[in-house]
Design a binder for this molecule. Sequence first.
Ligand code: SF4
Ligand code: ZN
Length: 302
Amino acid sequence: MKCKRCGETAAVKLPSHHAGFCPECFERFFKKQVETAIRRHGMILPGEKVLVAVSGGKDSLALLRVLSDLGHDVAGLHVHLGIPDSSDPVCERTEAYCRENGFALHVLRMADVGLAIPEVKDAVRRPICSVCGKIKRHYFNRFAYENGYAALATGHNLDDEVARLFANVLRWDAAYLGGQGPMLPAEGRFVRKIKPLYRLTEFETAAYCFFKGIDHWKAACPYSGGASFTGHKRLFADLEDRSPGQKTAFYEAFLAKGKSHFAGVGEENGPVLTPCERCGYPSSSEVCGVCRIRALVERAGE
Ligand code: SF4
Ligand code: ZN
């Protein structure tokens, strides 16, 4: 197969785009998809600082690289979770990659704020991933807000978005459907949330990392019970095989025709947010979920 753009031998085949690309033209394609996402949804305005949530995996490092290559003012934030045999090597690898490539990287250690995940796991009686996710979202947003970043970028790709959308449709979860999308505007102490890779698949992001020599962390978190939405992703992989372009069609049609029907449902029916009396960040109760988790950890350690 030949590269659609330059006619050289193609190194990657993208049936959904009826194209194959050589490594150089694939990079152009990848950047173009990100540029289109940013422009179409007004994700980043000229001169704005963007914080990238960097886990150390392929999506977040690819995102840091591509936003920087597109000329955006980016820095990464890595949240060190304090998980034995995992958090240290992930953090070291991420720091090394950022140092070698000239990216600013901030590291926030959950042990320093009384929320090391193993201790949280022992203190709470809920599945650890939902609690860990809540803590990470809180600190990513908080760091961005307190350090003057206009937007927080996460590495969610098309497969993640399609699987989440499908899960929300299966439950007809109107509040989640109203809030789902590649850009969530800023509100109060919540900075703008953006997903600039939403037009690119997991395969395309992996190919980008391969061609760019991005040395990302591949091992799963020891607490993970498997990747999220694995079954839904498999379903869509099958659909895509039979009919290339289905993932994009499903997601883009939702944005164009479906989402507006659910607009505002979450706000109308959801709880009123007021500042948490301990940390000051928006909360549906007097004390926010993260401050309540910290109190549980403190009590367990007494
Ligand atoms: Fe946190 Fe690990 Fe669960 Fe991810 S898999 S949410 S890092 S505990
Ligand atoms: Zn709080």
